[in-house]
Structures are given as structure tokens and as C-alpha cells.
Design a protein around this ligand. Structure first.
Ligand code: NI
Length: 134
């Protein structure tokens, strides 16, 4: 059985590899590497998979998951510049792939290890990534 909780946050970023010249960043990443950053309305969905607890009828209590997501992800990233404001991206490029990994790592300690967890992140309506720990 799988249960899902979807949330959103708005944030700015720039795809930029500091080991490369500005010219190479521009060649590889195009507009995504514009020096003055750009924003996305990120949407993400947490999937929790496991058996139904016979005492509660739940796989996981979604109101508890909701609070953890708010505290650990939305509060941390909403209306932030991911490159400049967020220590989580001090040494990694804030691509959708890496953002989904960061979200997974932030939430994993708060979810019972008997349950599987994955994160799907939409950077735009058309582009999404999914990470389940590997
Ligand atoms: Ni972008």
C-alpha cells in the first residue's frame, strides 16, 4: 500500500558549477545559469509504502507526516535562494535531482525505517524527478 502527501515551495536557484568558467556554465546550462538567479514553484510528493497498521488503519499518520514535511522542507526552503541561503546546497548544484535527494535525506530520519519512502519533485509542470534512496 502506498500513501502520498503533496506540498509546494517557491524558491530561486541558479545551475552553476563553480569549477567551470562562466562561459562553460553558460554553454552547458544556458538560461538556467543566468547570474541573477530565477525562480520555480516547486511541487513535491512524498510516497510512503508499507503495510497497513491494523490498530489505526493507516500506513502512516498523514497529519504527522504533513508536520514533518512543513518543518523540515517547506520552512527551510520556501522563499529562499537555494544557492545563497541554504547550507544544504553549499557544495552541490541545486538541480531538481539534487533537491529531491536533499528532501529525502531530511525526511528519512523522521519516518519509520520499516516503511519505504520516495520523493517526486516537479520543477516545472513538464519536468520531474524521483528519488527513493538510490
Ligand atoms: Ni531552474
Amino acid at each position: 500500500m502506498r500513501v502520498y502527501r503533496r506540498e509546494t515551495f517557491n524558491a530561486a536557484h541558479r545551475i552553476y558549477n563553480p569549477k567551470w568558467s562562466d562561459e562553460k556554465n553558460s554553454d552547458v546550462f544556458g538560461k538556467c545559469s543566468n547570474p541573477n538567479y530565477h525562480g520555480h514553484n516547486y511541487k513535491f510528493e512524498i510516497c510512503i509504502e508499507g503495510p497497513i497498521n491494523q490498530e489505526t488503519g493507516y500506513v502512516i499518520d498523514l497529519k504527522e507526516l504533513k508536520k514533518v514535511i512543513q518543518d523540515e522542507v517547506c520552512e527551510r526552503f520556501d522563499h529562499k535562494n537555494l544557492n545563497m541561503d541554504c547550507v544544504e546546497f553549499a557544495n552541490i548544484i541545486p538541480s531538481a535531482e539534487n533537491i529531491s535527494i536533499v528532501i529525502w535525506n531530511l525526511l528519512r530520519p523522521h519516518v519509520n525505517m520499516d516503511l519505504k519512502m520516495s520523493v517526486k519533485l516537479w520543477e516545472t509542470e513538464k519536468n520531474s524527478v524521483e528519488y527513493d534512496g538510490k
